[in-house]
Design a protein around this ligand. Sequence first.
Ligand SMILES: Nc1nc2c(ncn2[C@@H]2O[C@H](COP(=O)(O)OP(=O)(O)OP(=O)(O)O)[C@@H](O)[C@H]2O)c(=O)[nH]1
Ligand SMILES: [Mg+2]
Length: 461
Amino acid sequence: MSKVQQEISDFIHRGMDSHLRLAVTGLSRAGKTAFITSLVNQLLYSSTHDNLPLLLSARDKNLIGAKRVPQSNMMVPRFAYDEAIDALHSQPPKWPEPTRDVSEIRLAIRFRPQKGAKKWLAKSSTLYLDIIDYPGEWLLDLPLLNMTYSEWSRHQFEHLKGLRKQLAEKWMEKVSVLDPLADADEKHLAELSGVYTDYLHQCKQQGLHWVQPGRFVLPGELEGAPVLQFFPFPATDKDTVQKAGKHSVYAMLKSRYEEYQQRVVKAFYKQYFSTFDRQIVLVDCLQPLNAGYESFQDMKNALEQIMRSFRYGRHSLLHRLFSPRIDKILFAATKADHVTPEQHRALSSLLQQMVHPAWQNAAFEGIDMSCISMASIQSTTTGFVTSKDTSTPAIQGDTLEGEPVTLFPGDVPGKLPGAEFWKTNGFEFIGFRPMPSEPDTPLPHVRMDKALQYLIGDKLI
Ligand SMILES: Nc1nc2c(ncn2[C@@H]2O[C@H](COP(=O)(O)OP(=O)(O)OP(=O)(O)O)[C@@H](O)[C@H]2O)c(=O)[nH]1
Ligand SMILES: [Mg+2]
């Protein structure tokens, strides 16, 4: 090929390439890191293994292969894919560590185009896929962008009921004697913020998900910074707020909240969520079923609030701030390998009910949506336990402590269980260690290919 021909061919190739940013959304421990690790792993192996039969370009042998390429943003650490894979292949296999900071990965996925001009002009085309990983807790701050300090405070106090109220007792006692008009003492505010942060940690330990501000429990590089030293203040009348001088307790808490909103929350979303095209919302429905009614309602509430701020219409908060161009959302109930296969349908219908308000809103805005149950990294095998003339579905795997078990973990309710339900029923879905796997084979999964087909399949034809 002459130099000119080569240049023309390169030019055509570049014109054929496309680019997609995928937002992986999910509360803490929902399975984001496992999902991203598996997604990268499955695509890297797609050229040598038939690991993605439901991804049509792979099934039809039009997927040439994928590789990791340098990401566009050089200020963000690279997603620790190798470390995650090393953990999964260690002896005994381990799950990747919980995420403590933001990271990014870019994949180049090469395929043979089958449609339109691309098919005639180029033998291959490349889809660049950008994905970021971050601690789930940080997502909980999104709704803060839409609330003033006094609105946020009121909202927090309205939710101090039941278990939350018990856990917050120590902090409430201290805050109740704080004079909003007094001169602010930074040291005292730091101490009270510490007590408030302890309360948030306790909420997490008790299986509650709605923990705001999310950075307080995972501060990253902001550990100890004054921007993380504030807390909600009990209802204060307009008069008091107006009287509060520049150096008062109230003014300092308010200005730190506003700094947090702008410099921490808004900056994070602007950098990472402003330009995504597609979104997957990962939800672990089984953990709150284990933890009980309050935890279940709490997770539903947390999801509702997050999805409300993600509202997709032109008048939405996210649109006003960043104008993303999202056109598809996949809701995925993760860790489906914790239950037997005939429960998978109930798992996805439970998820659909949990996210119903967000679903309605996105549907109204004409966004394409789907709901599935899946396991990014399958950790159990399935089968039947037979005794005499009965045969019961069962799963087999190693518990997180390494104990081999065979069990039927129970029925998943296909509908949102009401308060009454928990009085007579309980759940015990246990966690599993990843299964040992060979380093040169793709990770086992359940419907990862279905998720990929939905999220990127149309970009690979
Ligand atoms: N059995 C099974 N367990 C899973 C799967 N995905 C995640 N898990 C479990 O869920 C835990 C949390 O998964 P992560 O991927 O770390 O969750 P995350 O959303 O990244 O959590 P944060 O980083 O804390 O926000 C893992 O340590 C596993 O115990 C899966 O596909 N199957
Ligand atoms: Mg993570």
